[in-house]
Design a protein around this ligand. Structure first.
Ligand SMILES: [Ca+2]
Ligand SMILES: [Ca+2]
Length: 505
């Protein structure tokens, strides 16, 4: 019993160790609200965005931050107030770049830099010679290589000037060509920096699905400075787009085991402080909303009505089209998957068939896997052909038989008709009479021959023959001829008599 208990404890220990190891393998992700913004109430009543500051031509509303509006030569930016206090991070940014032109300018930039940039800088609305990362959503094709809109990162140590005329082609690490302008749904970008690897996933805005993210690029051995600021900037030129950012959601990523080894006292105290801060903020927001409703009871309703009315005219139709397109896109993707499946099945079937043919078409075939497959005994093509040919032959024969029978039938009819007109019943007895007569005559002749030869053998000589009874050959022939003449005469007489009798019918 003691031994069994020890074994049980040992097993439990091993299980817990394994669970700890598994837990240790997963990085810890924590939402960082101080480095994030999202609707509703993105901007407060006074226009400020909590934990962020913006400038230049940027405008913040409750739903989005218009970093640069669709007017010529506009520049704007929004930056976090505080530098980050974590090393690795993930940012989900949802934005829209839209304009009336077939092409737009200049684009939008995501920043992670050691210092906040300017609000009216030369690089997509912010400062050049930055120290850190700039990820550019470059709408306008400055170098005329027909490769925009292009998404690319540039890591700068604070010394390099952005190569604007070449769309940063001489400085970029990697990138991807994605048309993110004027899409039915907002563009989604997931920017992850974890263990010196920068990964950017994109949904250009063809679908409204959060999970529809494609790999844009993955760059390894990226060393960014610690404690940087997040920012978004945008600029327009001769051509102008609206650059709206709806969501900027930051999460810190912690290497497994990092959080538990850090001083728990600090994190608890900080958590309580942050929690209080958050609650205060929520209370303040609710109070502001309540005040606004009290002071403008009609306006709020009016605005809403106007908005609804406006939407029903154009926006709703457009939204329906976009929704429809999204559905079509989903269906096409589903069909594509199904097609792939069908092609796969077809290939498998074909390979199985070829194996069966190689195997000589036996009833049972053994595959490579060793699993016997009972083949169904089906009719083959040549067998069907043979059956058809046979059927044709039978049909032709039947037709020939039919025509033959028809001939026979018609001939029979003719014969029957002829018979009805000329009854042949009397011919037969006549023929029979002749035959019987001839056979009687033949018998008689044979009898005579036998008698003559017998007499010849017995007598040996004519001279020896006794008088009166002795018959010579000449005498016999004379008698025969006479008999024939009498017979023929009788027959002719009989025929004449019958012919005379027929005349009376
Ligand atoms: Ca450009
Ligand atoms: Ca270009």
């Amino acid at each position: 019993m003691k031994m069994a208990a020890e074994v049980r404890w040992l097993t439990l220990l091993i299980v817990f160790t394994i669970i700890n190891c598994l837990n240790a393998g997963e990085p810890h992700i924590k939402f960082e609200y101080k480095y994030s913004f999202k609707p509703p109430y993105l901007a407060q009543k006074d226009g400020s965005v909590p934990f962020w500051e913006y400038g230049g031509n940027a405008i913040a509303s409750s739903d989005s931050v218009r970093v640069a509006p669709s007017l010529r030569s506009q520049k704007g930016a929004i930056w976090t107030k505080e530098p980050v206090n974590f090393e690795w991070w993930n940012v989900d940014m949802v934005f829209r770049v839209s304009g009336r032109g077939r092409i737009g300018a200049d684009g939008l930039a995501f920043w992670y830099t050691t210092a906040k940039g300017a609000y009216d800088g030369t690089v997509f609305g912010s400062s050049d010679q930055w120290n850190g990362l700039g990820l550019f959503f470059d709408s306008f094709d400055n170098d005329n290589k027909h490769n925009n809109p292009y998404i690319y990162p540039i890591v700068n140590d604070g010394t390099q000037m952005f190569d604007h005329s070449n769309d940063g082609a001489t400085q970029l690490l990697q990138g991807c060509l994605r048309d993110f302008r004027n899409k039915p749904f907002p563009t989604r970008a997931r920017i992850e920096y974890y263990q010196n690897t920068l990964t950017v996933l994109i949904n250009p805005g063809l679908t409204n699905n959060e999970k529809d993210l494609e790999m844009c690029f993955r760059a390894e051995n990226i060393y960014l400075p610690k404690g940087g600021y997040f920012g978004v900037s945008a600029a327009t030129g001769g051509l102008a787009d609206d650059h709206d950012v709806f969501h900027f959601l930051t999460s810190s990523i912690h290497i497994p085991g990092q959080i538990s080894t850090d001083g728990p006292k600090v994190s608890v105290a900080e958590e309580a402080k942050l929690q209080k801060e958050y609650e205060d903020y929520e209370k303040k927001l609710e109070q502001q909303k309540e005040d606004y409703r009290k002071s403008h009871p009609d306006e709020a309703g009016q605005d809403k009505e106007d908005l609804e009315w406006f939407e029903s005219a154009n926006q709703r139709e457009l939204n329906q089209i976009f929704e429809g397109q999204s559905q079509i896109f989903d269906q096409v993707r589903l069909l594509s998957n199904k097609l792939d499946e069908i092609v796969g099945r077809q290939e498998r079937t074909l390979s199985m068939l070829s194996q069966v043919q190689v195997g000589g078409g036996g009833g049972v075939n053994v595959q490579g896997g060793g699993q016997p497959i009972q083949m169904i005994d089906t009719i083959r093509r040549q067998e069907v052909d043979a059956v058809l040919a046979n059927q044709n032959v039978i049909l032709n024969t039947a037709r020939e038989l039919k025509s033959f029978i028809g001939d026979v039938n018609s001939k029979t009819e003719t014969i029957l008709n002829n018979q009805a007109r000329q009854p042949t019943a009397q011919v037969q007895p006549m023929g029979y009479d002749y035959q019987s007569l001839i056979s009687e005559m033949r018998d008689g002749l044979n009898q005579i021959k036998r008698d003559v030869s017998h007499n010849n053998k017995a007598g040996g000589n004519v001279a020896d023959c006794p008088t009166g009874n002795c018959l010579t050959t000449t005498m016999f022939l004379i008698f025969l001829a006479m008999q024939m003449v009498i017979l023929l005469g009788y027959n002719i007489y009989k025929d004449n008599k019958e012919a005379q009798a027929k005349k009376f019918y």
